[in-house]
Write a protein that binds this ligand. Structure first.
Ligand code: ZN
Length: 339
């Protein structure tokens, strides 16, 4: 699943999210005029709904109703999408987050691209995240991208399109996504989250990415983050050892834990150098941030931040790290900062 997957992706999507209008309308107009490119690359930062957009667009393209901005929701094709059994839609993703898209999966894509559409319309192949294709898989895809069957549409989704083969990128029409303006993101989140303070806090923590903010809310992330935050002073006071802390935390979502612990150090550096609260992301945690900013040298904060973010990146790339050892190391390093 992609980093921005949510439960919403399994439901029927007839149209895009409120902040996607500028990307959606030109594509639908081109489709209706028969001018849609055969390969699209949806690129941009994580958490802004590219995966959502890709599914909504696939549904719209497959819908038997040609007029109208959105999928009709009741034709045979829309019913098949709802049931997740549409024979002309192929969704390709890694077997698990952080794993590659394999060449065997792309061989299936190539076979699929050669067939005729069973529902009499187009065929759509959706690859997300596209940068997960290893070099063999990407090379295998090239041929289909160069000589697509008549009505095949490729939709590639990527938050790290720079990691893709340039030959793949150059064969796609690029559609770029950025974080929506704050008012739009807030309005959308407010439909799901009653407390406006929580909405603000989640948007700040997710750097303005609404889908990430929503996933954080659904996973009760703020409560878990609060528990970790409250445990750190116990570590600093010696009431908990790094080993005990690691025992408690190593089974959690380590990518998320490391992101928080890295961002706290990042904020402490900003406070130290700029002495300005407005650039701090974790504004609800000022006590610890102030403490770190006063107590620790900026260089030491930065070294540890980089180390933690590198470990996080390794996890994202599927590195097989011993979670207990990893977290023991991180908590030991944190403790060492204030010793
Ligand atoms: Zn329809």
């Amino acid at each position: 699943m992609s980093s921005e997957s949510t439960d919403m992706e399994n439901n029927f999507l007839s149209g895009p999210l409120p902040w996607h209008g500028a990307q959606w309308q030109p594509l639908v107009q081109r489709m209706q005029a028969g001018l849609l490119s055969h390969a699209l690359l949806l690129k941009g930062v994580p958490g802004v709904g590219k995966g959502y957009f890709a599914r909504a667009l696939a549904t719209r393209v497959l819908c038997h109703q040609n007029s109208g901005e959105y999928a009709c929701g009741h034709c045979k094709s829309c019913e098949l999408v709802k049931a997740e059994t549409h024979p002309d839609l192929l969704v390709v993703q890694p077997e698990a987050a952080g794993k590659p898209v394999k060449i065997d999966q792309i061989r299936q894509v190539n076979e699929f691209a050669r067939k005729t559409a069973q529902q009499g319309g187009r065929r759509v192949i959706l690859i997300n995240p596209a940068e997960a294709m290893n070099v063999h898989a990407a090379n295998a895809l090239l041929k289909s991208l160069e000589e697509p069957g008549g009505d095949t549409l490729f939709i590639l989704v990527s938050a790290r399109s720079g990691d893709m083969l340039p030959t793949i990128r150059s064969r796609c029409q690029t559609v770029s996504f950025t974080v929506p303006d704050k008012a739009q993101a807030k309005a959308w989140l407010s439909d799901h989250i009653a407390d406006p303070l929580v909405v603000d806090q989640l948007l700040s923590l997710s750097s303005g990415s609404p889908m990430t903010a929503r996933a954080m809310f659904d996973n009760d992330t703020l409560a878990v983050r609060g528990r970790l935050y409250n445990a750190i002073p116990e570590l600093f006071r010696g009431n908990l050892t790094p080993v005990e802390m690691a025992k408690e935390w190593h089974t959690g979502n380590l990518v998320e834990l490391l992101a928080w612990m890295g961002s706290w150090l990042d904020d402490a550096v900003k406070l130290k150098l700029a002495a300005d609260e407005s650039c701090v992301r974790n504004r609800d945690l000022m006590r610890m941030l102030d403490y770190l900013a006063k107590k620790v040298e900026a260089a030491d904060l930065l070294v540890l931040r980089d180390k933690i973010m590198l470990q996080r990146q390794q996890l994202l790339e599927g590195a097989n790290l011993n979670s207990q050892m990893l977290m023991e190391g991180v908590f030991s390093d944190y403790l060492e900062l204030v010793m």
